[in-house]
Write a protein that binds this ligand. Sequence first.
Ligand SMILES: Nc1ncnc2c1ncn2[C@@H]1O[C@H](COP(=O)(O)OP(=O)(O)OP(=O)(O)O)[C@@H](O)[C@H]1O
Ligand SMILES: [Mg+2]
Length: 347
Amino acid sequence: MTRGRPQITTPEALPDERSAETALRPSRLDEFVGQAKVKESLQIAIDAAKHRKEPLDHALFFGPPGLGKTTLALLMAKELGVGIRTTSGPVLERPGDLVGMLTSLRAGDILFIDEVHRLRPALEEFLYPAMEEFRVDVRVADGGGARAQTIPMALERFTLIGATTRFGLLTPPMRARFGLIERLHYYPPDDIAQILTRSARILGVPTDPAGTTEIARRSRGTPRVANRLLKRVRDYAQVRADGKITAAVAAEALKRLDVDEFGLDDMDARILKAIIEQFEGGPVGVATVAAAVGEDPGTLEEVYEPFLMQQGFLARTPRGRCATASAYRHFGFPPPKSAEQPSIFES
Ligand SMILES: Nc1ncnc2c1ncn2[C@@H]1O[C@H](COP(=O)(O)OP(=O)(O)OP(=O)(O)O)[C@@H](O)[C@H]1O
Ligand SMILES: [Mg+2]
């Protein structure tokens, strides 16, 4: 399964990308392209918080990788004019790891916890009073050492922003403590083209609209992938063309980079091929598909399937997942009659 080099269309940030992303992050909410409903509710929440001079409600952003969760958290801090401290679920081991951060927050500041579904249970419980009553119970040894005691410590009224790719793994009590819960969706090609136009301007790369459209189509509905492809196509344009990204230059560069014409990544392809080759196109249960591709069922449902359905490659039916006729054609298989009408397929 190892491919030697990272997949160019993976939605996860590649090791050297995290710092490079800063330059392309929108710095105002109105520069954040698309996700109109999310933006609108955030703008209302921001305006209300400013108006009442109160901290923003705790907010949760969820959705597949690379769609803008971290970007939104940073934007919220900017728009509100408050400080932001960043950490993530898996790096926090004990409640003690959070005490310093929490006590350093000033009124209205944001604590951003990425991968919030990976918080240990002890940390989650430690956060509940912090979120509800702006208080933490700090454990201290009681001298005898047998039983620990806790002393309450007051915090400023802060805002917790959580981000997760796996909403399904958040515990119900944790979910219940967020006043604002926003889901990010894959972006339609027009939005991606707009993001690319902005990025190209910042990077100083000449493009024409057909060039950005060509890249947008293959970006898997994901801004992170789009920006990555733009940079790779720019390199090609500079070396092999006159530097300008036209449709022809983009198409040629992406072909050389082995980018699928729909931007499907390795896992997308494995999922669809497994359904076609091992399960006769479906319907097949999500747990079975997950086992066949070695991914966990929740990630399959929350991260991979929404994209494959949006692109018309996968159908969810009451009896399971089915590959569509376009999935068959895409991988060079003749579509069976049943694939045109997955609901009448007999298992
Ligand atoms: N709506 C948008 N408009 C413009 N650029 C965007 C938008 N959303 C994301 N980006 C760009 O895509 C990149 C990835 O976004 P971000 O890091 O916020 O994703 P994420 O959802 O936090 O991903 P992960 O789940 O991996 O943490 C950023 O560099 C950002 O500039
Ligand atoms: Mg992030």
